[in-house]
Design a protein around this ligand. Structure first.
Ligand code: SF4
Ligand code: SF4
Length: 458
């Protein structure tokens, strides 16, 4: 394993790295290698270390942002893409806590995304890893396929098989990945799909296209319904064309760039002619990728400018509502709320104040902060499925911090976080209700009272 000590305080990476990158030597070829100029922005100060979940877990330099940047520099200088190097890249959650913490503005997000695409194209994975990744990406980015899982999941629970496997611990011993999927699976809720167009209530203030998402539409359809109602109540006409598919976030975050580009083109085609002013997203991971469509399709002569124009319209739900300002009446909700910053909302999009302001705008709602808010809950797209052990450790740490707040409701804006924290709370035998920001606002706007939120236990 490479040692970073010699590089600490050594200043910018030498021009060798630039030259090697230009010629595609070492770990990376010349198709979007990680940029040497971005690597050289890192001054090795280490301010990012304590916010990095893998460094917090293992205290290993090469599992820190600084260490991974050093490995990228080595790759650019001619080191081959070794098994060890790949394992340190794979262990990165892509949470971007390091980007928030870095005083030098290092674009680690760009570096790891480009590195991952190289790893996926150039590094042969072992059979088990290949099969697992193939299975994940044959299902997760396809809302229809995910919806098909709801029936068997319901039967699995109803039959008592799930309870039996949990009691005996058999699944944990034989198939930890399946056990993780089982622990994450949310309760299946049957909610009708929203119509393709919903009119604004009162004077129309904006026309917004809405992403229904993959996991969100299959397992949290009530979050989408709440989002539509909140938008309409705040004066938005909402457009929800069918056949929109995946936004490509999961693919791009896992180095599957070509697949992500295909999803992005399809989504642009679906929404481009709708006449929308804004494109609204209620899942943090999707929002951060959608805002980068311009960069994703920059090499495509047909889509480059269309992708940039599309990305400029993308807003997270809380961001859009803050921009518009409230018009609908808020009814009281006397509840203590712990708000969890999803990494791809807080770190990747810098959206922290808007959801808190929306929640504080509800009469009777008390907001409590979670300790170590900057540390990821361990969900990170499919990272928790690929790395069940450390993901559970991070989940347990987050669940403890959430329960310490004494709040009765946990609110966040990402389906992955909801599933991850819910599973960890259940493991600890704790109790807290869970909701998306949209559901809290919806309950207040419709004057549904607290029961509408607190009957959603983790
Ligand atoms: S993205 Fe997260 S896990 Fe990866 S290096 Fe940065 S802080 Fe660590
Ligand atoms: S905080 Fe920024 S500059 Fe300092 S080590 Fe981390 S990535 Fe490098």
């Amino acid at each position: 394993m490479a040692d970073l000590d010699a590089t600490r305080g050594a200043g910018p990476t030498p021009p060798d790295a630039l030259r090697a990158a230009e010629h595609g030597s070492g770990a990376f070829d010349d198709r979007h290698p990680p940029r040497a100029d971005l690597v050289s922005d890192c001054v090795h100060c280490g301010f990012c270390l304590t916010t990095c979940p893998t460094y917090v877990l293992w205290g290993e330099e090469m599992d820190s942002p600084r260490g991974r940047i050093h490995l990228i520099a080595q790759g650019l200088e001619g080191e081959p893409l070794s098994e060890s190097m790949v394992s340190h890249f794979d262990r990165c959650l892509g949470c971007m806590a390091c980007v928030s913490a870095c005083p030098s503005g290092v674009r680690y997000d760009r570096l790891i995304e480009d590195t991952r695409a190289q790893v996926e194209r150039r590094h042969p994975r072992d059979t088990r890893d290949r099969a697992l990744r193939a299975a994940i990406f044959a299902v997760f980015p396809y809302p229809r396929r995910l919806r098909l899982l709801r029936g068997p999941l319901w039967a699995y629970r109803k039959s008592g098989l799930r309870a039996l496997l949990r009691r005996t611990g058999l699944l944990d011993r034989l198939a930890p990945t399946l056990a993780t999927l089982d622990s994450l699976a949310p309760r299946v809720r049957g909610v009708p799909r929203p119509p393709r167009r919903v009119a604004a209530r009162g004077p129309r203030r904006a026309v917004v296209g809405m992403l229904t998402g993959c996991v969100q539409s299959a397992f949290f359809p009530d979050v989408n319904s709440a989002t539509v109602r909140v938008l309409a109540a705040e004066g938005c006409e909402v457009l929800i064309p069918s056949g929109q598919g995946c936004c490509g976030a999961l693919s791009v975050h896992n180095g599957r760039r070509a697949e992500a580009e295909g999803f992005a083109r399809r989504l642009i085609d679906t929404f481009e002619q709708t006449g929308m002013d804004r494109f609204v997203v209620n899942a943090a991971g999707c929002g951060s990728s959608l805002k980068e469509y311009g960069e994703l399709l920059a090499d495509d002569p047909v889509y480059a400018s269309r992708a940039a124009a599309f990305a400029a319209k993308v807003r997270d739900l809380a961001e859009l509502l803050a921009e518009l300002g409230p018009v609908a009446e808020r009814h009281p909700l006397p509840v203590t709320v712990a708000y969890h910053d999803a990494c791809h909302l807080g770190h990747a999009q810098g959206i922290r104040a808007q959801p808190r302001a929306l929640l504080r705008g509800i009469p009777g709602l008390e907001l409590r902060e979670i300790a170590e808010a900057e540390i990821c809950c361990g969900s990170a797209g499919v990272w928790n499925v690929l790395n069940p052990g450390p993901a559970a450790e991070l989940g347990d740490r987050k669940a403890a911090a959430v329960l310490d707040t004494g709040a009765s409701l946990l609110v966040t804006a990402n389906p992955g976080c909801l599933m991850q924290v819910a599973a960890a709370v259940r493991r600890r035998g704790g109790e807290i209700a869970l909701a998306h920001t949209a559901q809290v606002l919806d309950a207040s706007l419709r004057n549904l009272g607290l029961a509408a939120l607190t009957d959603r236990p983790a």
